[in-house]
Design a protein around this ligand. Structure first.
Ligand SMILES: Nc1nc2c(ncn2[C@@H]2O[C@H](COP(=O)(O)OP(=O)(O)O)[C@@H](O)[C@H]2O)c(=O)[nH]1
Ligand SMILES: [Mg+2]
Length: 309
């Protein structure tokens, strides 16, 4: 049966909430979009399908007057929330305190009402050009430590996102959604097992909307290869859309990445649903990989069928 999930996206105004949801919707023509967004007035809704569930995102406008309104009517806004994603703009140091206060008022409400809502905090605007810089790392660590120490009883997952890195956005939402079913644990174990069997660099399962259902990466991916890996995954996001929209002849596609890597996308149909498996692997391992791939498909079908029917 279809279920509904309510995901709240909160944070100060200008933190990037609407951009994140827009990026998620538009990830296939990503570069052209997400300019000139208007400030969100109160709450906007975005809905998406994830496996057999309908997810409704509440994008809560973060201007002061709305924050006051949510505070007064917290019951109304937060009732029935399955997941909260709180966005902090890590480039807006001057407003860290205001943002932490807003977060505090929300968590206070959750704790007072014994609402056990999973929380993801995303340090957003973690743009490629500030990654790995000492200042960025120290800002993030300080925020993380401060928050974890203040709310020891709240389980918080921290993420780093930027709209200039579409995979980080896809991951943010994917991790959030995967908490809804224990099957994701089995799936993750299966991916780990086959990542080793195939000896590949990455193994990812996407749903038809390009949301990551599960993913696994080799620990041995060198840094220069990593960029190519991310590019191939992006390419797979385009390709899976083409496979769905055009009556694409084959259910799989091989393409070359760099000098000796192959990127493989395979469409798997389970109960009328299309799922996509993305594999990046050394070209020399292709034959061996294809021999084992059918076993993998059978195993994954067993795990995913209950999630789709
Ligand atoms: N540098 C950078 N800017 C971003 C990012 N995400 C959003 N922005 C910009 O931040 C501003 C506010 O974004 P918006 O989504 O409207 O924020 P909201 O008020 O939280 O919904 C816009 O100018 C966006 O283009 C990001 O990852 N990096
Ligand atoms: Mg907005």
């Amino acid at each position: 049966m279809e279920e509904f999930f309510k995901v709240i996206i909160a944070g100060l105004d200008n933190a990037g909430k609407t951009s994140i949801l827009t990026a998620l919707d538009k990830k296939y023509d990503f570069d052209k979009e997400i300019v000139s967004l208007k400030p969100t007035i109160r709450v906007e809704y975005h809905a998406t399908q994830f496996l057999k569930n309908r997810i409704v995102f509440w994008d809560m406008g973060g201007q002061t007057k709305f924050r006051e309104l949510y505070k007064k009517k917290q019951d109304l806004y937060f009732a029935g929330t399955d997941l909260m994603v709180y966005i902090i703009d890590i480039q807006d140091e001057e407003r860290f305190n205001i943002s932490l206060e807003y977060l505090d008022s929300i968590l206070h409400h959750f704790m007072k009402n014994k609402l056990d809502i999973p929380l993801i905090i995303s340090f957003h605007k973690y743009d490629p050009e500030i990654r790995g810089k000492e200042k960025t790392i120290s800002i993030i660590n300080d925020l993380k430590e401060g928050i974890s120490q203040k709310y020891p009883s709240v389980k918080i997952l921290f993420q780093l996102t930027s709209i200039y890195d579409i995979i980080s956005i896809v991951q943010l939402i994917s991790y959030g959604l995967s908490i809804f079913d224990d099957k994701f644990y089995d799936l993750s174990e299966l991916l780990e097992k086959y990542l080793n069997e195939f000896n590949c660099s990455s193994l990812i399962v996407f749903d038809k909307n390009g949301i990551i259902i599960s993913e696994y990466y080799s620990e041995f991916v060198e840094l220069d290869l990593y960029t190519e890996l991310i590019e191939s995954i992006k390419h797979h996001l385009f390709l899976l859309k083409r496979m769905l929209e055009e009556s694409y002849e084959a259910d799989y596609n091989f393409s070359n990445v760099g000098a000796n890597l192959l990127s493989y996308l395979h469409r798997l149909k389970i109960a009328e649903n299309s799922l996509f498996i993305s594999v990046i692997i050394k070209e020399s391992l292709k034959d061996e990989f294809l021999e084992k791939f059918t076993d993998f498909l059978n195993a994954i079908e067993k795990i995913l069928t209950p999630l789709l029917t």
